[in-house]
Write a protein that binds this ligand. Structure first.
Ligand code: P5A
Length: 473
């Protein structure tokens, strides 16, 4: 079955998820989906990069999935932000529970009562932990696999505690650096945006988000970093004894990424033929296809085996199945295999291999002697650079810089709009009247945007900063 064109993004996404065997969408609970083995392998490869980055200065932990109502309700802004989204466990068997238990929507209120007992003195700080777990949110907006889930299966959440505001802020900068490294590794372009005050994480002092742009021109928030200040520390009484003998509240941060990273990976790099995956995260990195003609099979198979010997250490499929070569190309293209090697009788004769890359799809021949680990890794790196370049071009085609407020309503229908805007709530709200959501102000100007950081606010004419408005997922 062929895919719909990526021009019809919503349909394309739905079909590719199922056909490329990422997620099975037939599970009978809204907003919950099943990982296929192939999708789960992709998840594992992507998350092992995230783990590698986290493990440098965080300790991995595991906290329970159930949070007592008494804890979840303690921080008033936090609970106000989440109350509509919490799943409650009210019974154990037939007996009503004395204290209702929430299925964690996120783990601040599970972790911080324990931070209170873990942290005693300045030498316990900084404390940096992370976990990769499932979380539950009763989302009322349209649910979609990998994008808007009611069970987020792959929630990487990091939580840190520090001696003061500045040290926590330093951690915010580091977290932004970690997420940049992660998304650069996936060749996904992003914008780092400071959310408006009225749209920050419930309980945070401020929120900085990573947003990317999907092929339909809608923005997707693919990660967030929050400075929590002392807000939670005061509620949960998390204090440390300083060198001066006094007790102070800790300052905290938290930051999270979900399987939306995989949604963006699939959506941004994929094409009409299927997945296009960066070499390092492709569950199958290389497919070797022998072209077999009667009487010459043995030569070809022997040569193919010689090639496969050289590919040890990579994830390789040797496709000797009955299908015609065309059907095989089609199958492995759908799965996003970055490198395809073909061998026919002529190649076996000349000791050559036909090579093609999933993204470029042009073929060339190369002597088998020239294929080694170094060369393959180089091809992988070059492919990542091409993917990033292509992704940036696609994203640029979806961005419009707007100078006059009169241009807003038309452009926000089809584009992510960038403009100069002051930081007042009035002007921010005015922008939202034109249909797009105000994502906030660019915290850093990405290399693909070349407008001056400051200019006149598009609404009031005061000093403005580069702001982004979009229809968002
Ligand atoms: C940070 C980690 C938090 O929950 N607490 C711990 C903080 N932040 S957040 O912005 O609410 O969520 C972090 C990221 O998770 C993704 N996300 C989702 N992904 C899929 N389905 C959902 N329903 C969903 N909700 C949030 C977003 O990428 C978000 O930035």
């Amino acid at each position: 079955m062929s895919l719909p064109s990526k021009e019809n993004f919503s349909e394309w996404f739905h079909e590719i998820i199922q056909n490329a065997e990422i997620m099975d969408v037939r599970y009978p609970v809204k907003g919950l989906y099943v990982w296929f083995p192939f999708g789960f392998k992709l998840r594992q490869l992507v998350y092992s990069k995230l783990r590698e980055i986290m493990d440098r200065e965080h300790h991995e932990v595991y906290f329970p999935a159930l949070i007592p109502e008494t804890e979840l309700g303690k921080e008033s802004e936090h609970i106000r932000g989440f109350e509509d989204e919490v799943y409650w466990i009210t019974h154990g068997g037939l007996s009503p529970l004395e204290v209702k238990l929430a299925l964690r929507p996120t783990s601040e209120t599970a972790m911080y009562p324990m931070f209170k007992v873990w942290i005693r003195t300045h030498s316990d700080l900084p404390l940096r932990v992370y976990q990769i777990v499932n979380t539950f949110r009763y989302e009322t907006k349209h649910t979609r696999p990998l994008i808007r889930l009611r069970e987020i299966t792959s929630f990487k959440e990091a939580h840190t505690a520090h001696r003061n505001y500045e040290e926590a802020e330093e951690q915010v900068r580091k977290a932004i650096g970690y997420y940049k490294e992660f998304y650069d590794f996936l060749a996904i372009p992003y914008m780092v945006i400071r959310r408006p005050d009225w749209d920050k994480f419930p309980g945070a002092v401020y929120t900085i988000a990573f947003d990317t742009i999907m092929p339909d021109g809608r923005s997707l928030q693919i990660g967030t970093v929050h400075h929590l200040g002392e807000n939670f520390a005061r509620t949960f009484e998390i204090k440390y004894e300083a060198l001066d003998g006094n007790h102070y509240f800790v300052h905290q941060t938290c930051y999270g990424i979900s399987e939306r990273c995989i949604a963006s990976l699939i959506s941004i790099h994929g094409d009409d033929l299927g997945l296009v995956l960066p070499f390092e995260v492709a569950p199958i990195q290389i497919v070797v296809i022998p072209i077999l003609y009667k009487g010459k099979e043995e030569r070809v198979l022997e040569f193919a085996k010689e090639l496969i010997e050289k590919l040890k250490g990579f994830r390789v499929v040797f496709d000797t199945g009955e299908d015609r070569p065309g059907a095989k190309y089609y199958k492995w293209e759908l799965k996003g295999v970055p490198l395809r090697f073909e061998i026919g009788p002529k190649e076996a004769e000349r000791r050559e291999v036909i090579v093609s890359f999933r993204d470029e799809r042009k073929k060339f021949s190369i002597p088998i002697e020239e294929i080694d680990e170094k060369k393959i890794k180089l091809w992988g790196d070059e492919m990542r650079d091409r993917l990033r370049k292509k992704a940036v071009e696609a994203i640029l085609a979806k961005i419009k810089f707007v100078k006059e407020i009169s241009e807003l309503s038309e452009n926000v229908k089809n584009f992510v709009v960038i403009m100069h805007l002051c930081k007042s709530k009035n002007c921010g709200e005015e922008i939202e009247n034109f249909g797009g959501k105000l994502l906030g102000w660019l915290e850093e100007i990405p290399d693909f945007i070349d407008h001056s950081a400051e200019g006149k606010c598009i609404v009031c004419g005061d000093k403005g900063f580069l702001a982004v408005s979009a229809r968002s997922y």
